[in-house]
Design a protein around this ligand. Structure first.
Ligand SMILES: Cc1cc2nc3c(=O)[nH]c(=O)nc-3n(C[C@H](O)[C@H](O)[C@H](O)COP(=O)(O)OP(=O)(O)OC[C@H]3O[C@@H](n4cnc5c(N)ncnc54)[C@H](O)[C@@H]3O)c2cc1C
Length: 379
């Protein structure tokens, strides 16, 4: 089997993986980003999520900076919305974007940073020696390739590396949802680019309760097919009732990522949980304002470090968080922030010939502060 070697292998090219790859490549690491689809951005782009939730708390105080802010600011580079110089919307730092526009801008950033990008490449297996991840198998049109790296970042959204390594993970239930970009002459979604293109976002088709738990290959297929079945039924119902017809309301594009918010996450050295808002941790790597409420949260470094596997650090919606904490941390701005933290921690670990678990926290904190990441709650 062909073998390729890197300093850092970032697994999964959602916003977390993109941020991690940018952070490590910009620090001179030989970085590969491995993504199973052909688009960077994951749920944010292929999942048509297109709302960059706030970088600030409910009072409008910015809490997230760094690459997360950079991605937000370039999200409309290729159109169509304008960001005001003071781009707060309804008092919060939040932006709508065209998924295609963000893809083009992220491609550009990754290329400029010198990240080696593997698209259409799926990670299928992990090699573990003495509880340390040492290699992964990647399948693409060239067959199966072994990727060796000094450190891996699990940014697969569902902790695939930990799962493939046979380590225990946390799971959550998911409620039915389907987002489409559609032509709908009778509806307005309220999203910024409606004015330009008559697009509408359709969520929760025929919103009957449907939840599923225990992420599996079969569950994903059932979940996605049920969402599209409901959407078909909605279109048929509207036509039967004379509300719209196939000329006035039809899909333009559908999600190509399963709309699973919280599938599977790592079991970390520390697990964030309900009720831990406002807590301070001695190993904080960032703060965030809860997108739903006035709550604020700190993220401890230990929640990015798997309890049972070294040589790997988690980023994005698969860090170790359950309950309310998972809900607060799983969104785009926070996923990008933990991605950047993971990329920086991986880099510092590689420079010391250590694992992210062995990295002294003060060294990480110093580098995070230098990049402008807030570690303490703002006053
Ligand atoms: C329906 C829905 C609505 C949402 N609404 C919002 C919203 O309005 N605003 C907001 O901020 N957030 C929202 N979110 C949450 C947010 O979109 C995601 O949680 C966030 O984008 C996660 O980023 P990520 O990089 O951690 O994971 P993902 O976006 O899941 O990225 C993981 C990437 O890894 C790749 N991958 C997975 N497994 C493998 C493998 N084995 N090999 C190679 N590649 C692999 C995937 O293809 C994907 O590109 C929503 C989520 C859902 C499901």
């Amino acid at each position: 089997m062909k073998e390729m070697n890197y300093d850092i292998a970032v697994c999964g090219g959602g916003v977390a993986g993109v941020a991690a790859a940018l952070a490590s490549a910009r620090r001179g690491m030989k970085t590969v980003l491995i993504e199973k689809t052909i688009l960077p951005g994951g749920l944010a782009t292929s999942g048509l999520v297109l709302v960059y939730l706030p970088l600030c708390n409910k009072r409008g105080t910015q809490m997230i900076y760094g690459i997360s802010e950079e991605l937000l600011l370039i999200s409309n580079k290729y159109g169509p919305c304008d960001l005001d110089p003071d781009w707060k919307k309804n008092g919060r730092y939040v932006v709508d974007f065209s998924p295609g526009s963000l893809v083009l801008a992220m491609d550009e950033l990754l290329e400029e940073a010198g990240v080696e990008i593997w698209l259409d490449s799926i990670i299928t297996d992990c090699e573990v020696e003495n509880d340390r991840l040492t290699g992964i198998s990647v399948f693409n049109k060239s067959g199966t390739v072994k990727v060796k790296a000094k450190t891996f970042v699990d940014a697969t959204g569902d902790a695939d590396l930990l799962f493939l390594a046979g380590k225990p993970c946390n799971y959550s239930e998911n409620s039915m949802v389907l987002w489409t970009i559609e032509h709908n002459e009778h509806a307005k979604s309220g999203h910024d680019f409606d004015d330009c293109s008559h697009l509408a976002i359709h969520a929760d088709p025929l919103a009957n309760p449907y939840t599923c738990e225990n992420l599996s290959g079969w569950m994903v297929s059932d979940f996605v097919l049920e969402g599209r079945r409901r959407y078909r039924n909605l279109l048929k119902k509207e036509a039967a009732e004379g509300i719209s017809n196939r000329k006035t309301h039809y899909p333009l594009t559908l999600q190509t990522q399963p709309p699973i918010r919280k599938g599977r996450c790592i079991q970390g050295l520390f697990t964030m949980d309900t009720g831990m808002e406002s807590q301070s941790f001695e190993d904080s790597v960032g703060v965030l304002g809860d997108w739903r409420s006035e709550k604020v949260w700190q993220i401890p470094y230990r929640s990015l470090l798997p309890r049972d596997l070294k040589g790997v650090i988690a980023a994005g919606r698969c860090i170790s968080a359950i309950g309310d904490a998972w809900e607060a941390t799983r969104v785009i701005p926070v996923a990008a922030m933990t991605g950047e933290v993971a990329g920086i921690a991986a880099t510092l670990a590689v420079r010391k010939d250590a694992t992210p678990h062995e990295l002294p926290y003060p060294e990480l904190a110093e580098e995070l502060r230098k990049t402008g990441i807030l570690l303490e709650y703002p006053c």
